[in-house]
Structures are given as C-alpha cells and as structure tokens.
Design a protein around this ligand. Structure first.
Ligand code: M6R
Length: 608
C-alpha cells in the first residue's frame, strides 16, 4: 500500500509533491522518491527510510520542475533500499514511473524484456512498466502507456512522465485507488484525497481501467479505447478525516479494507484460469514435504489465532501433523523439533520479540523456517529461510484485523500448495476450493453490510461486564479472536471457549448476567453447536448467534442473530471473524474507549 502524488502546473512540483507525500506517509514509509521534468531532463531524488530522509536529500540536492511524480513505498517486491525506491525509469532514463499495487505477471514480462535487451536496476515488479512503456514508445507517451497496460495483469495506480513530453502527466488505475484533483491552470493526482486537501477540493475518483492524460489545463480520461466523462466531487473533509478515508478510526477503516487486502494477498498466487495455487519464491519442495514429520506454527496474540485455525486446515488438507504454540511458551520449554520439522512463524509486524527469539531457536535446531509477515524487510522476514508476505498495507490500529484475514489467506494458500505437492487433494476438490477462495472478498463485503445490525446489538450489550464466546472446530480460534478483540479495545472481560468444553467447568459462569456470542454457521457439527446454545440458554444467558442467512433453526433459539453468507466450512473463519471485529469496534466506541490505541498496549511488542 504505497502512496502516490503528482503535479502539473506552474509551481515547483517537487514542493507540492513532498507536501502531499507527508500526508500519505501512513500508507508506508520504507523509502520515498520524487522525479521532475526540468528542461527536458528527468531529475530524481530517492531516499531510504522515513520521508524526512528524502527532505534532507532535497535540501542538499534541490530539484525543481513544473511536472513531477512522487512516491512513498511500502515494499512488496524487493527489500527497502534505494535501488528499489520509486520512481523507476526505463533504459533511457527518459520515462519515469511510480506505482502502487502488484503486477502479477511481472516475472514473465521481465524475462521477455531482458531477452529483448532491457536492463533492470531494481528487484521491483514496477520497473517492468517503465520498460514496457519504453518498448511501445513512439513519441506519444499516452499511447505507449495504453499499449503497455494491455500486457500487465494485477493491480495498479500508476503515474508516468516522459522527459520528451513535459506538458503531459499520464495516470492509470486498476484495483488500486487514484484521484485527480482540479486546480486553476494546474492539476494534481494522488492515492487519496488526504494528500491534496491543502491544494484542491474538486476531485475525480478514477475507475478501474481508466487511463488519463493530464495537462495543466485539461484532463482527458479514456476507458476501453473511448474517451469517458467522470463526475467531479467536492470534498469538504478536514485533514484528520481524510487520513482515515472518512472513517472515524483506523480500526474501522482497516476492517473495511479487508475485501481488498484479501484480494491483494491472492495476487500472483492464485490462478483464476487454472484454479491452482502458485507459491513462487519459497523453497519447499514435494520431496522435502514427503520427508518432514510435522509442521509447527509459532506466533503471538491474533497471529497465534491464525495459526490455530491453520492447524485444522493443514491437517485436513495435507495430513501432516501440525502443532501450534505461543512464542513466549515455546521459548522456555523442551520442545521436540528438528530438521524434520517445518516451523512456520506468523507475525504482522515481523518484529515481535518472542516470535523472533523462537525463530532463532528453531534455526539452531536445524528446522526449515517459513515466515508469514506483513512488513517487508522486518527482522522475522529477513531471518527466516522463506517468507510469504500478506499484502495488507500498514496496519495502524493496535487491534489487528486486516492482517489476521491476510494471514489466514496466506495459510490457506500454503495448505493448498502443500496438498497439491503431496497429492493429498484431488484436482476437483482443489478447483472447488480455489473458486471458494476467489469468492471470499465478495462475501466479506456482504458481511460488512451487517454493520448497522451489529451496531444495534452492540448498543444492547456495551455496558456488560463480561462475555463468553463459543464455537467449535476451526471456528474455535475465531471465538478466541473475537474475545481478544473485545477485551483489548473495550476492556470487557471476555473469554473464548470450545463450546463442547462448557460442561467441563465454564458453564458454572453462566447466568442472566453473562451474554454468550456463538458462532453457529453451517458445519459438520452444526447440531452439536445448537445443543451448546440450548445449554447456555437454559441457564438464562442472552444468546447472540452468528448464523448463515437462511438458518431457520437458530431463529427459534438465539436472542439476536448476525447473518453471514455461506462458504465452504474451511473458509468460514474468514467470514465469521468480520462481525466479531465490528462488534468489538462498536462496543468500544460506545464505551468511549480509545479504539486505535487501547490502554497498556503497543502495536509491535519488541520486548519480552
Ligand atoms: O506483529 P505480530 O503479529 O507478531 O503481533 C502479535 C500480537 O502482539 C498481536 O497480534 C496482538 O495480539 C494484537 N494487538 C491483537 O489485536
């Protein structure tokens, strides 16, 4: 989730762009760069780390020009370093590009371009776009961009300038946000409105497939080969509202980003044509998988809950015994891991001290390690033998939401990849499951439509002092996660239990003061969950049930219902966690808690 800004007019674009990038730093900040056209020449400045490093660079080596583009990077392909920082250029250095998104087929494009003589300078997927534009360039950068984009698959918000055409700024969008802002004899572009509110209020929100030619006094938008018109909207948000895209809190924004972040995490890894999983870049072969005796998953907090869910999925699809452990526990006990154990580490930040220490221990034992991280270049991602990133963009709310569904997404891909390699899944079943995976973003969007209904339920329960969350099987970890969300942001004591365990003790807690949240979507043990609901209800508990939309049975038993769409049972955790995130969010706001920065917590726990 990088940030893009561009300007064309009569001001010094470098200044306008830098000011805009400052407002976008929340989108990622491992490097930043600006390129401007000055006297038919491209001048570029790039710096690693926070934006202030670029500022220092610009102060020492100033650049100016009336047409320019800039970028603040959240690395997806290639480590954070100057070579990988945007803008990227073609071989001639005359065409420059900034990009937010992921080019799924960049490996094959890059191979082809290298065979045609192009020389690459970075590890990024973005650089292929600059070279593709160069390939098609015949003194018309707009036409060259149109031709280049015909070859590209994936997501992009793109801005391009060309030294030989200083009066044009070309932008394009597909599945990544991009806005154009209108000024008087000047125009701007950015990833979102927050970057430009100091300069403009009239915005055009580009749509998928739009390619746009911007001059200082005109904006032309093309889609599907034709010129199209897009409405201009007046945006009256203040700066704080804009940073959160109009949402009241980062947590809510991040909850709503999930359909997109799940899709972004699929990108380049899930083939819609063949319905297969392609996990390039990890060295885990069929022969290795046949040799190992178990998989061990280690993580903390929400990431640990993703691991617990994965145990069910991995054991069911690959038949490899899978253990899951809390990193701080793993470190201090006698564990049986060795070179026949694949150890998977899950961490949003990639910096959690206990998880990092556990990784080092596993490596000492000779185990192969695989990290699932959201932050590229983080310690865990660097030290593990293999890494798969969740492409969720920066998660700012302390309560993890989009990173969790991103982790689950990667874990599903791993399970399907391993099962394919081991031949433990039939071709038909693989195809069916991949189709269900593709449907997840749409189904998560459907869940989000329940927000008002969930808010009403939250209103009824926000003053309660305690809560029990119940579920079974692979939704049991989701009950734990729902309870964790509630306690960390609303400070209500909440506990998750495997519903079948109730009668072994916890049922003693139940009376009319104890609300019970139950995950009761369709599953092979649905009827058993119904019985658990009866048991709690008989003791006076108020029941809130998460159910599939057509469920008539639960209507008779639960006091409140939250309806979610049906999916294959294996993917139901991704769906069922959404209402629990929203419920915790609304309860927290109604109690007046600090949603994004709850008391006593830190986003990244880098101490033991
Ligand atoms: O960055 P990590 O995924 O390693 O962080 C692990 C936990 O600290 C984290 O998930 C924590 O539990 C969150 N606050 C949960 O919302």
């Amino acid at each position: 989730m990088c940030g893009i800004v561009g300007y064309i007019g009569s001001k010094n674009s470098a200044e306008v762009i830098y000011n805009g990038l400052e407002k976008l730093e929340y989108r990622g900040y491992d490097s930043a760069g600006i390129a401007v056209i000055s006297k038919n020449e491209i001048l570029t400045r790039r710096s690693v780390g926070k934006l202030k490093n670029l500022k220092a660079n610009l102060e020492t080596n100033p650049i100016s020009g009336n047409n320019g583009i800039g970028h603040t990077r959240w690395a997806t392909h290639g480590k954070p370093c100057e070579e990988n920082a945007h803008p990227h250029t073609d071989c001639s250095g005359k065409i420059v590009v900034v990009h937010n998104g992921i080019i799924e087929n960049y490996v094959s494009i890059k191979k082809q371009l290298i065979s045609e003589g192009h020389i690459f300078k970075s590890e990024t997927d973005t650089e292929v776009i600059a070279h593709l534009i160069e390939k098609y360039y015949k003194k018309d950068v707009l036409e060259a961009v149109k031709s280049a984009l015909k070859e590209v698959r994936g997501a992009y918000a793109l801005a391009v300038i060309c030294a030989d055409e200083p009066e044009r700024l070309i932008v394009a969008r597909y599945d990544a946000p991009l806005v154009v802002a209108k000024g008087k004899d000047e125009n701007y572009i950015a990833s979102d409105v927050s970057a430009l509110l100091n300069y403009a209020r009239d915005f055009i929100f580009l749509e998928n497939g739009d390619i746009c030619e911007i001059k200082k006094d005109s904006i032309k938008i093309f889609n599907g080969g034709k010129e199209v018109k897009r409405e201009t909207q007046k945006i009256l948000w203040n700066a704080v509202q804009a940073e959160k895209a109009g949402y009241k809190h980062f947590m809510l924004k991040e909850i709503y980003e999930q359909p997109q972040t799940i899709l972004d995490t699929f990108r380049g890894r899930l083939s819609s044509e063949q319905n297969t999983v392609l996990l390039d870049g990890i060295n885990i072969t069929k022969d290795y998988l046949k040799e190992i005796s178990k998989i061990y998953i280690i993580a903390c907090g929400t990431s640990y809950h993703a691991g617990l869910t994965a145990k069910f999925v991995l054991e069911s699809l690959t038949v490899i015994p899978t253990e899951v452990d809390i990193a701080s526990e793993f470190r201090y006990r006698d564990h049986v891991i060795n070179e026949k154990t694949l150890v998977i580490f899950i961490s949003q930040s990639g910096e959690t001290a206990d998880t990092l220490a556990a990784l080092r221990l596993a490596k000492q034992r000779g185990s192969k390690t695989l990290a699932i991280c959201n932050v590229v270049g983080s310690s865990i991602s660097r030290e593990a033998d293999n890494v798969l990133y969740t492409h969720c963009g920066p998660e700012i709310g302390v309560a993890s939401t989009k990173a969790f569904t991103g982790q689950l997404t990667v874990l599903y891909l791993i399970a399907l990849d391993f099962a394919t390699k081991l031949d433990t899944i039939s071709k038909d079943k693989l195809e069916t499951l991949v189709k269900y995976l593709w449907d997840l973003p749409v189904k998560v969007t459907e869940c989000l439509k329940q927000a008002d209904a969930i808010k009403k339920i939250a209103k009824e329960f926000h003053a309660k002092k305690q809560f029990i969350y119940l579920a079974r099987n692979l939704n049991y970890p989701i009950a734990l996660e729902g309870a964790l969300k509630l306690k960390e942001i609303s400070y209500i004591y909440a506990e998750g239990y495997a519903a079948g365990e109730m009668k072994h003790g916890p049922i003693a807690l139940i009376d009319e003061t104890m609300p019970v949240m139950v995950i009761a979507t369709k599953s092979k043990i649905y009827e058993k969950v119904l019985s658990n609901i009866e048991e709690a209800k008989a003791r006076g508990a108020k029941i809130i049930a998460i159910v599939n939309a057509d469920d008539k049975e639960i209507a008779k038993k639960a006091d409140y219902r939250i309806e979610v769409p049906e999916t294959d049972e294996i993917f139901s955790p991704v769906i069922n966690v959404i209402p629990l995130q929203l419920f915790a969010y609304y309860v927290s706001t109604m109690r007046g808690c600090d949603v994004d920065q709850p008391r006593n917590l830190a986003k990244s726990v880098t101490v033991e």
